[in-house]
Design a protein around this ligand. Structure first.
Ligand code: NAP
Length: 277
């Protein structure tokens, strides 16, 4: 299979209309004057394998993967990166010229790059982290933080067994605490990360009590709708560094764009504006 003159990429989901990825990649394509396209691809689960085999033949260099396919693609890919394997899901596929599918997960990179932008001075080595939530996003955050050398992660989740599952998988640097005690654990953490959907538009608020927030802390919320969640507003009011979730979404997209369109894109204010428009 030869490399197509007009590179194509897209996002596979079901449904996929809510995805911000087409706007995000579309902004970069226009900005760097690349004659390529990035399209939303609504693919039902029973068609996933068939579509993955067809896309390389149609000129696609790769694609992003969103709900509900992030886990299923691991079994269909020809190669899976270590990070995708550890996180247990893939969000970025790259197709070789011969049509082989390589699956990767760039969410840990996205989270860490956003953290680096928002808190460039932060010393992660040895830091104490309070992580709220034990779902899919939490897995990527834990992998990123553990690789960065944090000392201890206090992990609280409504369903404690799910947090215990992550502790068993990711090891001793994780300590599971009761969801009811999460508010009390805030004061002793250097970094607080919300990976739950609480605080998101249409979801219940994150009601754990924010009294322990103080100015020596960094607070990151993965929720990006709204951008300023009550957690982040409380963090700012306490003088802490507050980092919203949009930057993670933008940064996780960059490696895919570079692989498919041969250009390293910038995550900056212009991109934020375009995605929020
Ligand atoms: P998920 O796998 O469904 O996990 C949801 C998490 O939220 C679980 O820990 C769940 O606890 C918790 N939760 C939900 N409702 C709750 C409630 N009423 N009370 C207490 N805990 C509750 O979802 P996900 O994929 O991890 O995504 C989580 C959030 O991160 C979403 O808001 C998503 O938009 C955001 N996210 C952002 C980015 C980004 O780039 N910024 C990337 C990925 C995800 P249980 O285990 O008890 O159900």
């Amino acid at each position: 299979m030869s490399s197509p003159s007009i590179p194509l990429a897209g996002v596979i989901g079901f449904p996929v209309g809510h995805s911000r990825s087409p706007r995000l990649h579309g902004h970069w394509l226009q900005r760097y004057e690349i004659a390529g396209h990035y399209v939303p691809l609504e693919v039902a689960p029973e068609r996933l394998e068939q579509v993955l085999r067809a896309l390389p033949q149609m000129g696609f260099r790769g694609c992003n993967v969103t709900i509900p396919h992030k886990e299923a693609v691991l079994d269909l890919a020809d190669q899976v990166s270590d990070r995708a394997r550890r996180i247990g899901a893939a969000n970025t596929l790259t197709f070789s010229p011969g049509g082989q599918v390589h699956a990767d997960n760039t969410d840990a990179h996205g989270f860490m790059a956003n953290l680096g932008d928002g808190a460039p001075e932060m010393q992660l080595a040895g830091a104490t982290v309070l992580a709220l939530g034990a779902g899919g996003a939490a897995r990527a955050v834990l992998v990123g933080l553990l690789e960065a050398g944090v000392g201890r992660i206090l992990l609280a989740n409504r369903t404690r067994a799910r947090a215990e599952g992550l502790q068993a998988e990711f090891g001793d640097r994780i300590t599971v605490i009761d969801w009811d005690t999460a508010g009390a654990a805030i004061a002793g953490a250097d970094l607080i990360v919300n990976t739950t959907s609480l605080g998101m538009t249409g979801q219940p608020p994150l009601a754990i009590g924010f009294d322990g927030l103080h100015k020596a802390q960094v607070v990151s919320d993965l929720v990006y709708s709204p951008l300023e969640t009550p957690l982040l507003a409380a963090a700012r009011a306490a003088g802490a560094v507050a980092i919203d979730g949009l930057g993670m979404l933008l940064h996780q997209a960059a490696p895919g764009f570079e692989r498919w369109f041969d250009h390293q894109p910038k995550v900056d204010a212009a991109l934020r504006k375009a995605v929020l428009a």
